[in-house]
Ligand binder design. Sequence first.
Ligand code: CP
Length: 314
Amino acid sequence: MKNFTSFADAGDYKALLQQALEIKANPFGYQEVGRNKTVGLIFFNPSLRTRLSSVKAAYNLGAQVWVLNAGTDSWTLETVDGAVMDGSTQEHIKEAIAVMSQYCDVLGVRTFPTLTDREADYGEVFFNKIISYATVPVISLESATLHPLQSFADLLTVAETKRTERVKVVLTWAPHVRALPQCVPNSFCDWFTDIDWVDLVITHPEGYELDPIFTRGARIEYDQHKALAGADFVQAKNWSSYHDYGQVLSTDPNWMLTPAHMAGTNDARFLHCLPVRRNVEVSDAVLDSPNSLIIQQAGNRTFAMQTVLHELLK
Ligand code: CP
């Protein structure tokens, strides 16, 4: 593993998943890997889980860790190549990333999409620029199009709680008051379409089709109740339109997940990456039900990150 930005970077996912299960069973058993190593974390956007689970993962491995909130903790960073920096920006990311690379052995970076420039977002122009300026391996803490650490934690959660060899997993769109990125659903599809014991079904209102590069022929069912029938796992998430880029095309409350929606499933376990807007995306009754795995899922963010750090630092 050179960098960790997508499912492809995971390589042999079965081996990586096995490693994550072993690390979870013995979280402090790999401290030699992190000894005298430093993990740097740069956030261009807010975070709760990614930030804290990454710090915890580094500590579990015996590594040092520093965190920078870019722009607020540091000089205001310029991202445009060739910019005449006579405005508000004070330092170019070209120097900033190269300098920060000298202060760590692996660099985690979070950069959200613009949701206005699809070409730049889906070309991962900003994230790729960071990789090109870095002199250490880079881990995506969520980029413009993908959130691989989240999906790895989702896979770990499904793998450790599934009750049958094969499972039906449904990714359902949920309503929201704001336009959100497609990173989490893109990444969920990027990972789950290639798991040989998963039958993935995606459901959303028309107009919310994701980039087929990530859905890769997975079944799309526009009738949410039909999609949920017989599901073993349900992952809910809002996203804005990919085709009508960044637009909110629907806020239909009928798509909010309730016990009535879950009734047609195979007593499905419920997943959400968090944060969640209660009683907008998902009802309290679903989030607080015994089948809800959301806290365990967030806990697994630590072991997903620890496994990736272990691969990059060992
Ligand atoms: N799920 C997730 O990435 O949470 P944060 O945005 O709080 O890090």
